[in-house]
Design a protein around this ligand. Structure first.
Ligand code: S3P
Length: 166
């Protein structure tokens, strides 16, 4: 088994919650790429986007991803856009077993409307989710394990991931 489990997926697919539960189940450390970016930048993600722009954020994301993947074993959860650069995809495929979480558009809108702090959704969650889902429709398909989280409990999702890994 590869030493790192890397969770990818669109915003709101449950990566962080599921990653924490999966790490606990397996007795592994859980690290989150967005948290590591925040720690390195010393400010929040909306602040990074507002003050430095998306390209700066993506550069930081690429740098921190490769740093985090030097360590193992761990469950690493990533931001929804971390797969947008080919070099990051390569880094993930070399660094561990990649697991993609998904959910229906309707479910994502429901979850994300109840949440804040995502600069890419500013100006109308439903429309932004639809647009970004369309733009990213193939972005997560490289993961060998694919799990739909719609209407499932965290325990069910963890169970599905574990059985797909064996
Ligand atoms: C982003 C997703 C966010 C965060 C940033 C950009 C994206 O993470 O990295 O706001 O481009 O999809 P979550 O997927 O954890 O919300």
């Amino acid at each position: 088994m590869k030493k790192n489990l890397i969770l990818i997926g669109f915003m709101g697919t449950g990566k962080t919650t599921v990653g924490a539960a999966l790490a606990e189940e397996l007795g592994l450390v859980h690290r989150d790429l967005d948290d590591a970016i925040i720690a390195k930048a010393g400010c929040t993600i909306p602040e990074i986007f507002a003050q430095k722009g998306e390209v700066y954020f993506r550069d930081l994301e690429t740098e921190v991803l490769s740093e985090l993947l030097q360590e193992q074993p761990q469950v690493l959860t990533t931001g929804g856009g971390a797969v947008l650069r080919k070099e990051n995809v390569q880094c993930m495929l070399e660094g561990g077993l990649v697991i993609a979480l998904s959910a229906t558009e309707q479910e994502l809108i429901r979850r994300l409307e109840a949440d804040e702090g995502r600069p890419l959704l500013a100006g109308g969650v439903a429309q932004r989710v639809r647009t970004l889902l369309q733009e990213r429709k193939d972005a997560y398909s490289f993961a060998p394990i694919q799990v739909d989280t719609t209407e499932k409990s965290v325990a069910e999702i963890v169970g599905e991931i574990l059985s797909a890994m064996t």
